[in-house]
Ligand binder design. Structure first.
Ligand SMILES: Nc1ncnc2c1ncn2[C@@H]1O[C@H](COP(=O)(O)OP(=O)(O)OP(=O)(O)O)[C@@H](O)[C@H]1O
Length: 673
């Protein structure tokens, strides 16, 4: 044992015994209290040389999984903190509430030495195992703490300096600790303040993330502090009941625990109604509005943020319980950011919204057909009635009928005792969305046609018809005209379904790709902490081919955001296959369409124009644009039709028909025939 270690052990014993004699447990300082626990409760030898305790990899994974939300946010903050302390030989660590080290960000100069003392992923840093130390003692004390040099209990840790702060969840439960540790000779005074700020940031962001599907009231007593680290946040249900409050919110309002506010109406905390709050936030374009606390009449400034999932302006409805109505045009308006085809679709949808016309939505998978249908529903006077979606391709043929029309109790063997209300009746008064209508069995098409003509339905096994009042929206990615030609789709049903047809443009052809990418990145970010995309990443994303369209884009952004280590995403965050795809795709994927308003075609089908497209006699503007894109695709595939059909997710037959319709001929004409 070194002379220094001998001295340390002596000191521990003497301090513990003196203090015990003086009976100052509880009033002594936190280090002394911890030493007393270590010696008397945990019976730890201050000069222990035992190997660091490390949990098995599968246990580590399970613990990381349990704290996934906190970890995702903490990783970003740990990287920021590491940057702030860069070069000072620190490692930043996150533990769970048992002191198991889940994440480690280390200065290379320190990492080797750190692993010898057990500062590595999976190691247990509870006070019971490692004696007095930043992480373990912070977990016991539940307060930020610095444990410097020989304040550590074990002599082997006395070269360390650790600053640790506890992380709490919205229920006030301790979930873990954030810690910055380094060699004691390099210790910096302000480290504990930086760690505490990072913890506050983590708690705020986890709170905003966990309640992103609810209304969030963010407030402070200084208007310029709303949206900053020290703001308070309160999650509210659609009826304005408090679901949770952040630690800062409780502090600002002077409550000791979340239980004092959870379950109360917001108007019991502030002298304003929930709808008044939302209305003024919306009216003030989300600038903080003054509100007054009920008990003290203290003035605060507040903003109410809408639930993220809706990504559209919502107001609580007066006079109803928990239903929400959308500010009429907003749900549709947010569907485009300037793309001329989508803008025209939205304009037409608004015009036909309240008319009793059936709607067909065409477009590749993931282009937003269902979202468009929902937006039409939410923007209409049927908004508070049901929106019922049924995917005709995903339910077995034998079940489509009972799914749609329902059945009475005992209608057939195996029918449930209670019977079942079919989707048509469930949607009564609202909207029925028939997705993948092209895959509906032919026999059923006849029945659907009759229902649409008679506007009433007789459930399977039932007798009395029930009157139907539904708005019907159908969608398909198939070429229905082709299906009709093949006898796979009834022409009469086709005309019945098709009052107005909207075509959703594929993402690669949208002129507002850049804005959409940024919008989706915002939607996938934690509220109030938008992730930025750097210019080269944005350019790369804009040039992808996106066969899965907006769905694929959303999933990619969600993954990149979950795995990010900073709030600025760059091409390095892009999975390798996307960089590879791009290399294959070449520089020009998609034709940006300029903002020339399209004109509705006969029958309501929307057309768009592409000023970049070559003029083509006999074709309308949309067809010219389509022709242009197809020509680019053909060129890219060196006129290999199978390759083009595969990439565009259409059959070779459909491609042939398109080529004929759009007057496209191979430069060497004989090759097409
Ligand atoms: N205008 C839009 N802005 C942002 N996200 C959108 C938009 N339209 C669609 N999305 C997103 O794209 C994804 C796919 O949308 P949706 O399910 O509506 O597509 P779809 O065309 O019905 O797909 P499928 O044909 O495969 O059923 C969803 O995550 C949706 O939120």
């Amino acid at each position: 044992m070194s002379k220094f270690a001998v001295e340390h052990v002596k000191r521990v014993h003497s301090v513990v015994h003196d203090r015990m004699g003086a009976d100052c447990i509880g009033s002594g300082n936190r280090i002394t209290r911890s030493w007393i626990r270590c010696l008397n409760e945990y019976h730890l030898n201050p000069d222990s040389c035992a190997e660091p305790e490390v949990v098995a990899p599968c246990e580590l994974q399970e613990r990381q999984h349990r704290l996934a939300d906190v970890q995702a946010v903490a990783k970003v903050e740990m990287a920021n903190l590491y940057q702030q302390l860069a070069g000072s030989g620190y490692a930043i660590m996150l533990t769970d509430r048992e002191g198991v080290l889940l994440n480690y960000f280390g200065d290379p100069a320190f990492t080797h030495a750190a692993s010898r003392t057990g500062l590595m992923q999976g190691a247990v840093w509870s006070e019971r195992v490692q004696g007095t130390n930043g992480m373990g003692t912070c977990l016991v004390e539940r307060r930020p703490i610095t444990v410097h040099q020989d304040e550590h209990y074990l002599s082997r840790n006395i070269d360390l300096s650790c600053a640790a702060a506890p992380i709490f969840d919205h229920d006030g439960a301790l979930v873990g600790v954030l810690d910055a540790s380094g060699e004691s000779r390099l210790a910096q005074q302000h480290t504990l303040a930086l760690v505490s700020m990072s913890v506050q940031m983590i708690e705020n962001r986890v709170f905003l993330h966990q309640f992103r599907h609810d209304f969030i009231l963010r407030f402070h007593n200084r208007s310029e502090f709303v949206g900053t680290l020290s703001e308070g946040a309160i999650a509210l249900s659609v009826t304005g009941v408090v679901l949770a409050a952040s630690r800062a919110a409780l502090g600002l309002l002077g409550y000791a625990s979340p239980a004092e506010v959870v379950g109360r109406d917001v108007c019991e905390l502030f002298n304003i109604t929930f709808s008044g709050l939302v209305d003024s936030s919306v009216r003030r374009a989300f600038h903080p509005v003054p509100i007054f606390e009920v008990r003290s009449n203290a003035r605060f400034f507040a903003v109410v943020y809408q639930p993220v999932a809706a990504s559209t302006l919502r107001r609580p409805q007066r006079g109803t319980d928990d239903t929400l109505a959308l500010a009429a045009p907003a749900a549709l308006d947010v569907l485009h950011a300037g793309d001329p085809i989508m803008r025209a679709n939205v304009d037409t949808a608004k015009r036909v919204m309240e008319r009793n016309v059936a709607v067909v939505l065409l477009g590749e998978t993931g282009t937003g057909k269902e979202r468009f249908a929902r937006a039409m529903h939410l923007s209409s006077s049927r908004a508070t009635r049901p929106f019922v979606a049924i995917n005709c391709a995903s339910i077995p043929e034998s079940l489509v009928e009972s799914e749609l029309f329902g059945y009475r109790a005992g209608a057939f063997t195996g029918a449930s005792k209670e019977g079942q209300r079919g989707k048509l009746l469930q949607a009564n008064g609202g909207t029925l969305f028939l997705d993948e209508i092209g895959d509906m069995p032919v026999a059923l098409q006849a029945r659907l046609l009759r229902v649409l003509e008679e506007r009433e339905v007789v459930p399977l096994g039932g007798e009395a018809p029930v009157k139907l009042d539904i708005r019907l929206i159908s969608a398909t990615h198939c070429d229905l005209a082709h299906k009709i030609e093949n006898g796979a789709f009834r022409e009469d049903l086709y005309y019945r379904l098709q009052g107005v047809t909207f075509t959703m443009p594929p993402l690669r052809e949208r002129g507002d790709r850049g804005a959409l990418i940024r919008q989706l990145a915002r939607e996938e970010s934690d509220p109030g902490y938008p992730v930025e995309l750097d210019d080269s990443l944005l350019a790369m994303l804009e040039r992808q081919r996106w066969p899965g369209n907006l769905r694929q884009l959303r999933h990619l952004l969600r993954t990149m955001i979950a795995l990010r280590e900073s709030d600025r995403l760059t091409v390095h965050n892009l999975p390798a296959e996307y960089r590879h795809n791009l290399a294959e795709a070449g520089p020009a994927c998609g034709t940006p369409l300029a903002a020339v308003p399209p004109a509705p075609a006969a029958g309501g089908t929307m057309m768009a124009t592409s000023p970049g497209a070559a003029p083509c006699p006999g074709l309308n503007a949309f067809e010219c644009a389509e022709r242009d894109v197809l020509l680019q695709e053909l060129k890219r595939h060196q006129w290999n039709l199978s390759g083009v059909a595969r990439d565009l997710h259409i059959s070779r037959n459909t491609l042939y028909r398109k080529l004929q319709r759009l007057n496209i001929e191979h430069p060497d004409k004989s090759l097409f025939h």
